[in-house]
Ligand binder design. Structure first.
Ligand code: AMP
Ligand code: TRP
Length: 338
């Protein structure tokens, strides 16, 4: 991005395919809030990505509102950041097609998320699931976004976005037309693990409901899930090196650190030598303190569909006003009649 001259811009998106959880909050949404004061930010609900696997239509609408409400409940302010639904801005689909012709099959063949999601029977996966990262590149580059706050699992998709931008700039001889977008991943919370298995990422599709803390869990549910979280019999170490080989302990300490805005070392300086009988209640109190108020606001907002729909509609109009001229330039560059 060294030579890109355009303004800095932030874009991210979350799929409306399930309930928002602590991993989404710490890996993504909390960063959205931190960035909105200093940057030009675009936050979308990527409903077109969601349908790469089957979504019941009525549920998709509800989930789209749920994601939008989660953004707002966590503190994203639609007066400062543009909050919208991807399908509400046609430019994403238009640019995605052009990018389908820029990206190479070999690049997509390497994407691990496709392999995970398609499973063994990849013949039966949708074509959309395969080209999903190309649509993601379009989401980002249709605004010439320079920075993308995401969790660690999105690193590979961001690299593909950079490759698409670079190849477009190169092939059409428009150096620096698109920026090479940078992921913003670092920091506590980039990879929150399941409460039942410290080696698997916390995910809305986990089969055990105790594995995942949802943003709309009430205080009792949060406390119960933390109480049941898998641990080992040893007390906490007094330094981070002692967490090696103890994925569940490392995850709980990491969650505490991320929410308290401390380092693992600071948390262990306080709790080292203590057993989980002491640490878990302290963690439960902290999670309840930070997450339960977001859950209350989320439920309040979800009850007001008209408001959420208006926020998304207005956001989509603002987003289109930025994206449409960029797509018009791309069409000219590609050689389409305009
Ligand atoms: P998804 O729920 O997969 O659509 O992810 C939405 C956002 O949350 C992306 O930026 C992900 O990287 C992030 N995310 C999802 N799961 C986790 C997790 N367990 N830990 C940290 N970030 C996550
Ligand atoms: N692929 C992302 C995920 O699964 C969601 C996403 C779609 C996204 N488009 C994006 C993230 C653009 C950042 C930027 O979480």
């Amino acid at each position: 991005m060294a030579d890109y001259q355009g303004p800095e811009r932030v874009l991210s998106g979350i799929q409306p395919s399930g309930g928002m959880h602590l991993g989404n909050y710490l890996g993504a949404i909390r960063k959205f809030v931190d960035l909105q004061d200093r940057h030009d930010c675009f936050y979308c609900v990527v409903d077109m990505h969601a349908i790469t696997v089957w979504q019941a239509p009525a549920k998709l609408k509800a989930q789209t509102r749920h994601i939008a409400a989660s953004y707002l409940a966590a503190g994203v302010d639609p007066a400062r950041a543009v909050v919208f639904h991807q399908s509400g801005v046609r430019a994403h689909a238009e640019l995605a097609w052009i990018f389908n012709c820029v990206a190479r099959l070999g690049w997509l063949d390497r994407m691990t998320q496709f392999k995970d999601k398609a499973g063994k029977d990849k013949e039966r996966a949708s074509v959309g699931l395969y080209t999903y990262p190309v649509l993601q590149a379009a989401d980002i580059l249709v605004y010439k976004a320079t920075h993308v706050p995401v969790g660690e699992d999105q690193k590979q998709h961001l690299e593909l976005s950079r490759d698409v931008a670079g190849k477009f700039n190169h092939d059409y001889e428009v150096p620096n037309f698109f920026p090479l977008p940078e992921p913003l991943i670092k920091g506590a919370g980039a990879r929150v693990m399941s409460l039942r298995d410290g080696t698997a990422k916390m995910s809305k599709s986990d089969s055990s409901e105790n594995a995942c803390i949802f943003l709309n869990d009430d205080a009792d549910a949060i406390a119960r899930k933390i109480k049941k979280a898998k641990t080992d019999p040893e007390p906490l170490p007094s330094e981070p090196a002692g967490l090696e080989g103890r994925p569940e302990a490392a995850n709980l300490v990491g969650i505490y650190a991320a929410l308290a805005k401390k380092t693992d070392a600071e948390v262990l300086a306080e709790y080292g030598g203590q057993g989980f009988g002491v640490f878990k209640p302290a963690l439960a109190d902290l999670v309840v303190d930070k997450i339960a108020p977001i859950g209350d606001e989320l439920r309040r907002l979800e009850a007001d569909e008209a408001y959420l729909d208006a926020v998304l509609r207005e956001g989509a109009a603002k987003a289109a006003a930025v994206a449409d001229p960029i797509v018009a330039d791309v069409k000219e560059i590609v050689g389409f009649l305009v």
